[in-house]
Design a binder for this molecule. Structure first.
Ligand code: GLU
Length: 446
């Protein structure tokens, strides 16, 4: 079951691009190849030790499982899922599990490597991993998703574990999914060991060992980093305007928190369409979150008007928050943007060509590995809590989160200034430097 297969044997068939969902042309790059390019650029900038570059150039372990699930109509369907463990020199593997029809081994590999960089950048003792099942969850009933989750966890077996590899929510998975994972994992442990089961995942429901504030943590981090950028620019958050792509856990929480601080949501877009405010008051981020919960998307939000994807990208605002999938900011859509900063709530939303366009146009980028790190930081607090730590208060979660992000933000800003780097390369450089330190101390077995 644990294998390090070649790309050809594992590559899942790619789904056709969905024109309603994606910009007219999106990045054709193999995602993991993109991460390699990003790591190499940063490695060159800091003269990274060649052996560290070699180690990070491919994942440590890749698990691919195909498993049957009983469907509600009595039929059986087979699903394919992956867990890629990129690197664990800093601590247990860490990273979410996503359910999406576009999941492929290449995507999961890239997402796992981004977790390695993210955890090293914010200096928490975790390595990088990611999991995914290739499925359109909208096609499945709740019971089918539960059975699929449990069977996936069973198939992963000892490849995950409280001190070894700790999954969390990601696209289309949530606290309920994590509760099923804990329950299934516990069922496979000897009874005397079961007390350890809750630490096998983070992002659990509060009542099942979760931590206060985990659901909003990624969005909170996005809002915190926008506030740090705004302070550097000497423009108060109160008065900023912003647009959001994707109104799920990350986008909706970032929007609600920013609105609470006086910023204005001008437009939002997701798979159901693009909407904008009819007047300067903007869209009500709280009511929009309620609407999305009930209607499954932003389309038809009362008081808004729908407009085209092209117009959405061209909406004038201070901040654009991509909080959906990869490859949304392309050379084409980047040239439409009329914002001052792109705050990457999603993982990998910007293609390398788009990065060049943004740099040329003087649009700042708060890169994903920094901008969306709030989720895994609060996951770390939850993991400590689940391993016997005292419960955290909401205030201490927010305060410690902000503190860790502030240090990381400052390090990236300093690295960018010292080495004249763009912020993405600077963020990678800080992370790689951290990983290099550990390899220097520990050496390489034997
Ligand atoms: N899925 C989130 C991410 O991409 C959170 C990961 C975690 O908490 O382990 O950062």
């Amino acid at each position: 079951m644990t294998v390090a297969p070649s790309t050809t044997t594992l590559e899942a068939p790619s789904s056709p691009p969905q024109s309603a969902e994606l910009p007219t042309s999106h990045g054709q790059h193999k995602l993991f190849q993109r991460v390699r390019g990003q790591m190499n650029r940063a490695a060159d900038a800091i003269g990274l030790a060649p052996q560290v570059r070699t180690i990070l150039d491919s994942p440590g372990c890749e698990v691919s499982v195909t498993f049957p699930v009983n469907m509600d109509d009595g039929s059986v369907e087979k699903f394919t899922g992956y867990r890629v463990q990129h690197n664990n020199v800093l601590g247990p593997f860490k990273g979410g599990i996503r359910y999406h029809h576009d999941v492929s081994i290449d995507e999961v590999r890239a997402l796992a490597a981004w977790m390695t960089i993210k955890c090293a950048l914010v200096d928490i003792p975790f390595g990088g991993a990611k999991g995914g099942v290739q499925v359109d969850p909208a096609r499945l009933s709740r019971r089918e998703i539960e059975r699929m989750t449990r069977r996936f966890v069973y198939a992963l077996g000892a490849n995950i574990g409280p001190g070894y590899d700790v999954p969390a929510p990601d696209v289309n998975t949530d606290a309920r999914t994590m509760a099923w994972i804990v329950d299934t994992f516990a069922a496979t442990m000897p009874p005397q060991e079961r007390y350890r089961a809750p630490a096998v995942v983070t992002g659990k429901p509060l009542s099942a060992g979760g931590i206060v504030g985990r659901e909003k943590a990624t969005g909170q981090g996005v809002a915190d980093l926008i506030a740090m950028w705004a302070a550097d620019e000497e423009c108060p958050v109160d008065g900023l305007s912003f647009t959001v792509q994707g109104y799920g856990k990350v986008g909706s929480w970032a929007a609600r928190i920013l609105q609470g601080q006086g910023a204005t949501l001008r437009a939002a877009q997701d798979v159901t369409g693009a909407i904008r405010a009819k007047d300067d008051a903007g869209l009500d981020a709280e009511l929009l979150a309620e609407h999305v919960k009930q209607r499954g998307g932003v389309a038809g939000f009362p008081g808004s008007e729908s407009f085209s994807l092209e117009e959405f990208f061209a909406t004038p605002a201070d901040v654009f928050i991509p909080a959906a999938m990869e490859n949304q900011v392309t050379a084409e859509t980047a040239s439409l943007l009329k914002v001052r900063v792109v705050a990457e709530g999603a993982n990998g939303p910007t293609t390398p060509e788009a990065d060049e366009v943004l740099t040329e146009r003087g649009i700042a980028v708060i890169p994903d590995v920094l901008c969306n790190a709030g989720g895994v930081i609060v996951s770390y607090f939850e993991w400590l809590q689940s391993r016997g730590g005292a419960p955290w208060s909401a205030a201490s979660v927010d305060q410690q989160l902000n503190c860790i992000l502030r240090v990381a933000y400052r390090r990236v800003r300093e690295m960018a200034a010292d080495k004249s780097l763009d912020w993405r390369t600077a963020a990678y450089a800080v992370a790689l430097h951290r990983i290099e330190q550990v390899y220097n101390e520990r050496g390489i077995f034997p």
